[in-house]
Design a protein around this ligand. Structure first.
Ligand code: ZN
Length: 408
């Protein structure tokens, strides 16, 4: 009997405690303040939740000083801002149409705390006026999204890329990657390609393509692969599935964009003298000032001027090959005898000095002391993947190959 009374007491008190606990819990819930928790809002890396934001666009003829003054920043402060901006950006070059943002305090004073000017698509200037004035440059984050596109050739590569609705830069880059592998003038109906590449965005807005990471080009039923690999931070290039480079020791041309105006020929009528004579160079027409690149690694042998050549540069690549670039408007400063240049390095600019009718570069290709047609040469390949990078390269290649082959 005693035992059961005790048990009942325990059960009752337990029930009491439990109900109480429950009560106190619901009370707590009732009293909880109703705060809406929102994500913090950042603009240009500044937490702006508790500020007033005034977005604006620079009007025609408007100066930085005017914009600041209109936003309650006094002349003394403006002078200080101009002074502190000196090393960062030129305040006189505030351009109409560019966006800016004024960040004011929410109190009755509405003190301007930050001023931000969008200098370019990717960079902006921050004037921090919270305490002492501080001016700095910021960079917007580029968001890269990867995309795979597959196309069929009906007439040309550029048309096939256009039909896919992707950037024309894709066809330009593909033709550069395969410059030595595929003759794009000879591609035919039934050829196809798959390309895996970067699309870049800033603030959700598409700004263009980045690198092509992998590609497969099917030409006459054969697959030609290209995989992008960066052996170091600054330099990436394309290799095939075996780790062979798609690059030759020489570039196809000393210019990025050009029109061949005259090919190597044993007999042609000279456009200036009118005489029939061999033309032992290849002429690339391009706008005056277009950078001219060394087509291969080598050492500058001559950087000078003659009556016929105008400003020109001659580069010795090895015991076999030498190249020459004529009619430059200007030789790049620093390019002189004995300087080592890398493939693709700018050595001068297109012009029409010497015996030339219009702006072009006459590219001369010497093999064993004789001028030959570079387009008729079987040129040596560039270096394959380095032994020490092989393991890493093949890991990268395998995953890219999977992406190219998977249909999703
Ligand atoms: Zn020429």
């Amino acid at each position: 009997m005693k035992k059961s009374v005790g048990l009942i007491l325990i059960v009752i008190s337990l029930l009491f405690i439990l109900t109480n606990l429950n009560n106190s819990k619901s009370k707590l819930l009732d009293n909880e303040p109703q705060i809406e928790i929102t994500d913090p809002v950042y603009e240009y890396g500044i937490l702006v939740d508790s500020f007033n934001l005034i977005h604006g666009v620079v009007k025609n003829g408007q100066t930085l000083g005017e914009i600041l003054y209109a936003n309650h920043i006094n002349h003394q402060k403006i002078a200080e801002i101009v002074l502190k901006s000196k090393e960062i950006f030129d305040v006189r070059r505030v351009n109409p149409g560019k966006k800016y943002l004024v960040i004011n305090s929410k109190d009755s004073i509405e003190k301007a705390c930050y001023f931000i000017y969008e200098e370019s698509q990717t960079t902006y200037i921050v004037v921090d006026m919270i305490d002492e004035i501080d001016v700095y440059k910021g960079e917007k984050e580029i968001i890269t999204k990867l995309k795979k596109s597959t196309g069929q050739i009906t007439s040309s590569l550029s048309e096939a890329v256009e039909n896919l609705g992707v950037s024309p830069r894709v066809s330009i880059q593909l033709s550069e990657i395969y410059a030595w592998t595929i003759d794009f003038f000879k591609i035919q109906k039934g050829d196809a390609f798959t390309v895996y590449y970067e699309n870049n965005y800033i603030d959700g807005e598409y700004i263009g393509i980045g690198n092509i990471l992998a590609a497969e080009f099917i030409h006459k039923d054969k697959s030609f692969y290209a995989f992008y690999y960066k052996a170091n931070k600054n330099f990436g290039e394309y290799f095939d599935e075996e780790g062979r480079t798609l690059r030759k020791a020489f570039l196809k041309a000393p210019l990025d964009f050009y029109r061949i105006s005259s090919r190597y020929s044993k007999n042609r009528k000279h456009p200036v003298t009118g005489k029939w004579k061999g033309h032992f160079g290849t002429d690339y027409a391009a706008p005056r000032g277009t950078p001219i690149m060394s087509t291969a690694n080598g050492t500058v042998q001559v950087a000078g001027r003659t009556r016929n050549n105008g400003n020109y540069v001659k580069i010795r690549h090895n015991g076999t090959y030498t190249t020459q670039y004529l009619h430059m408007s200007k030789i790049k400063p620093g390019i002189r005898k004995g300087v080592y240049v890398k493939q693709g390095e700018t050595i001068g600019y297109v012009g029409s000095t010497g015996l030339a009718t219009g702006p072009h570069v006459c590219y001369r290709f010497w093999k064993n002391g004789k001028q030959v047609d570079p387009y008729m040469q079987k040129l040596p390949p560039g270096d394959p993947i380095q032994e020490s990078n092989k393991k890493e390269y093949f890991t990268v290649k395998d995953s890219l190959m999977n992406i190219l082959n998977n249909t999703y």
